[in-house]
Design a protein around this ligand. Structure first.
Ligand SMILES: Cc1cc2nc3c(=O)[nH]c(=O)nc-3n(C[C@H](O)[C@H](O)[C@H](O)COP(=O)(O)O)c2cc1C
Length: 182
């Protein structure tokens, strides 16, 4: 069976991050034929600077581009910071988006899920991540967005929540467009 590799970008660097735990759980429970590849090292990316994006690209940025560009799908798993996506995720998308015309996200089906301890579950972060990734060339898979509040629910154990998240991954993997079907 052929494998579908989903590159996963986690938007929190916190050691005890709920979103990282969620990403690890989705990885560990991925169905046969699907590999969720948690892309580490986002904390080692320097802030994007066009002056450093010529022939001598920082090693962490080159590794990110190769790993994500070689995937079949991209899933961001992220909380929300101040009403938008955390800078670490935004920075990763910026590195992936360049060089201009050669974005590693071009034609890449992209979804986003995540959780925050507010009633909104990170929906502005998720909307912004989708918009940014889309401008960077990704194909936004509209029904692969789960903004899950963790106020009243154990996100890592609730069957309905986990079902929604697994369904989102399945829709991302199953997504076909004129580009991906080619
Ligand atoms: C700088 C900062 C800004 C935050 N802003 C928001 C916000 O706008 N909306 C929200 O739902 N939660 C916000 N939070 C709370 C985070 O969602 C919460 O800390 C979450 O657990 C972080 O995810 P993690 O557990 O994966 O690290 C913020 C947290 C920090 C540290």
């Amino acid at each position: 069976m052929s494998q579908t590799r989903v590159a996963v970008l986690v938007g929190s660097l916190r050691a005890d991050s709920m979103n990282r735990k969620l990403a690890e759980l989705l990885r560990d429970q991925a169905p046969d034929g699907v590999t969720l590849d948690l892309v580490d090292g986002l904390d080692r990316l320097p802030f994007y600077n066009e002056d450093n994006d010529g022939t001598d690209v920082p090693a962490a940025a080159a590794a990110l581009r190769e790993r994500v560009g070689g995937a079949d799908r991209v899933l961001a798993v992220t909380p929300e910071y101040n009403g938008t996506m955390p800078a670490v995720l935004n920075n990763a998308i910026d590195w992936l988006s360049r060089p201009y015309g050669q974005s590693a996200l071009t034609g890449m089906p992209f979804g986003v899920v995540g959780t925050t301890p507010t009633q909104y579950g990170g929906k502005w972060s998720h909307a912004d991540a989708l918009r940014s990734a889309g401008i960077a060339g990704a194909i936004i898979v509209e029904d692969v967005t789960v903004s899950q509040s963790s106020i009243d629910v154990d996100v890592l154990a609730d069957p309905e929540v986990l079902g929604n998240l697994h369904d989102a991954v399945a829709r991302l993997v199953g997504f076909e467009s004129a580009t991906t079907a080619a």
